[in-house]
Design a protein around this ligand. Sequence first.
Ligand code: SF4
Ligand code: SF4
Length: 393
Amino acid sequence: MTERYDHDLTLRAVAQPIYECLRCAFCFDLSWLGPANLCPAYAWGAFESYGARGRIALARALLEGELEYDATVAERVFACTECRACSEHCFKYIDTVAVFARLREDLVARGLIPPGLAAATDDLAETHNLYGEPHERRLAWLKDRSRVDRAASVAFFVGCTPAYVRRSLAHDTYAVLEASGLDFTVLGDEWCCGHPFLAAGQRERAAEVMRHNVEGLRALGVERVIFGCPGCMRTFREDVPAVLGEPLPFEVAHVTEEIARQVEAGRLRFDVYRSGTVVTYHDPCTLGRGLGVYDAPRAIIEAMPGMRLQEMPRHGRDSYCCGAGSFVRYDFSGLTDRTGDERLREAEATGAQVLLTACPACVTQFQQVRGRLGASLQVMDLVSLVRRLGRWR
Ligand code: SF4
Ligand code: SF4
């Protein structure tokens, strides 16, 4: 079989896990265990080739020369939110998303990138942000520049979505870190973390922005970076060392981990929001399965007096994607909308009045879904609630 490999395929680097697949279906069908559907791409596409098992079968056929990369393969590969439900539940512990990443790289090398994602990443290369906004507006939300580019051991990495489209969240995270008494800095020339380039199979472009951010933070003497966006944090922790081939020169933490530490140390307590409020919590894929942070947000919610957490059937490692992952909206808006609708309905069915999450992309997605469905459920980022109710000692 080896002699039939196409040596131009980066896919070859993941041949071993591809051949380890047992075709057991744990990655997309857990109906015998309880919550049946964990793969939003399979639920939307309704063909096996949209799920991990089918995509791995495609990868094997590509390796063996039984199939060639074409527009249909590209559609199957890019219609995926990279939510990691498949790798989390794989019976053989296959890093399915790493296989998908190689498929994306091979497709892009052949010009088979979906048009929306191609245009977005071309804009990103020019403007250093995902929204095509002028780079000089990145810190427009921040009036007081006294912390910008100041040498400090802690940095706040803002991220594109809070910087440009959810500025209230950038404000809230900044205010929470300030109220915590942390001496922190903000990188004046922050660029996108590079995740969109990796999602688009563009490793070289990703390496350039990663190097820029790492060097900027290193020059400020930063030892720990705090993120409001778990997608950015996952990119730094998992992808930057792999792409640059060197360990990160600083630690990373999500803002909910920092807040939970303060709660545990007795330095932060909360006012009552509304007594008897029922909330549910959506685990962002990047924060939960991507980074293993499940407890910190729940510890914060449980420390809020008068609030009761009602979990959705699919939560923790079994959580369901919000539909916004991996920038699928650019080319597969039906996948984004269907997934978001299903998840918001699941949240509503808990009887909660508030849907909390801890990710700018998830909040943005759920706000849009809520508006489209006319739902009464409130949607909030947990950090915004902490800013509103927190009392620091
Ligand atoms: S769970 Fe893992 S081993 Fe089983 S079919 Fe899916 S990818 Fe293959
Ligand atoms: S990453 Fe998520 S959307 Fe993509 S195949 Fe796996 S479970 Fe499905």
